[in-house]
Design a protein around this ligand. Structure first.
Ligand code: TYM
Length: 329
């Protein structure tokens, strides 16, 4: 069975952008792949975090994975820091990655601009991501558009590593592909459709968090920026606000954008936004109820403990092969 791996940082409550761009795919793909879904808490500390809050968010994100519909009998859910092979393999990756490749990463440049002082971990974040992916011999990585460059880096690394260290003609690492949704790979801010929806946006009206209550969700959708034409059609270039709402609506309703355009051909933005808000609420409300239940149950800890064992087993196999090939084991 082919493998998938993906991760989300517990650096804040995920938004519907994370959901549409990546997490929704986690659920759909778990049936056809051997899946590993990780709470990447070591990635989160590349920028400053409050330790207590980080611990809490790590648990919350794991609960969200389950509440969304990831089935622990099908997929392995675990916390990155509980599998030491990630940091160990990241070191190997760093030693084989040219500095220039890391300095070119747009996410590094964007994030570095926002920091008062830039820690080395922000630069070496992509090698840790490469390690995450290769350790599970991953075939497919469901992610949003913003991670494509990191996936390219991963593919370059795998090709380089295999070329240099193949054992008796056998490649050690699997070459992964990225998987992004047709629309929704880049959900934009509700207040500024030219910038990406982000959980760290200081303007809370720009994003809908997965745990926002129904009233807040409806309010945020209603105040989303559109345009003055009053026409509901998908045209990201000229109608970025409305197109963004259509991409969100399509993901939450499982209707195609073309069908939604037809459905709302004679409606105004008011009705469209009202229906969209209610659709989002209808998907998120049951997730939120289940999330709350899981947080106060021991089930979550049992699932993470089992995930930790399975992930360590798999990751250690690849780490051993890499270390052996490189002459340090
Ligand atoms: P993170 O935590 O920033 O985001 C998690 C996932 O959500 C996607 N995403 C979006 N998709 C659509 N529209 C948006 N506005 C939006 N914002 C975020 C991201 O593309 C991502 O798929 N580096 C990763 C975490 C990571 C990882 C990995 C992912 C670490 N190791 C290994 C895959 C494989 C990140 O920062 O995601």
């Amino acid at each position: 069975m082919k493998r998938i791996f993906s991760g989300v940082q517990p650096s804040g409550m995920p938004t519907i952008g994370n959901y549409v761009g990546a997490m929704k795919q986690f659920i759909d793909l778990q049936n056809d792949f051997e899946a590993y879904y990780c709470v990447v808490n070591q990635h989160a500390i590349t920028v400053s975090q409050d330790p207590e809050l980080l611990r809490e968010r790590t648990r919350q994100l794991a609960a969200l994975y389950l509440a969304m519909g990831i089935d622990p009998n099908k997929a392995t859910i675990f916390v990155q820091s509980q599998v030491p092979a990630h940091a160990q393999a990241a070191w190997l990756v760093q030693c084989l990655t040219p500095l220039g490749e890391l300095e070119r990463m747009t996410q590094f440049k964007d994030k570095a601009k926002k920091q008062e002082s830039v820690m080395a971990g922000l630069l070496t974040y992509p090698p840790l991501m490469v390690a995450d992916i290769i350790l599970y011999q991953t075939d497919l990585v469901p992610v949003g558009d913003d991670q494509k460059q990191h996936l390219e880096l991963t593919r370059n690394f795998v090709e380089r590593f295999n070329h240099r260290f193949a054992q008796e003609g056998e490649d050690i690492l699997t070459l992964p592909e990225h998987f992004t949704p047709k629309s929704g790979g880049r959900i934009m801010s509700l207040q500024d459709p030219s910038s990406k929806m982000s959980k760290s946006d200081t303007n809370k009206k720009g994003y809908i968090a997965m745990l926002d209550d129904p009233k807040t969700i409806i309010k945020k959708v209603k105040s989303a920026v559109t345009d003055s034409s009053g026409v509901i059609s998908y045209d990201p270039e000229n109608k970025p606000g409305v197109s963004n709402l259509l991409a969100i609506y399509s993901a939450f309703s499982n209707k195609s954008i073309a069908d939604l355009e037809t459905e709302y051909a004679d409606s105004g933005y008011g009705q469209f936004k009202q229906d969209l808000g209610e659709t989002i609420v209808s998907v998120l409300e049951p997730i939120q109820t289940e999330h709350q239940r899981l947080l106060t149950s021991s089930e979550l800890d049992d699932i993470l403990a089992a995930g930790q064992i399975k992930a360590n087993e798999e990751a250690n196999k690849t780490l051993a092969a890499m270390e052996k090939a490189m002459g340090i084991r």
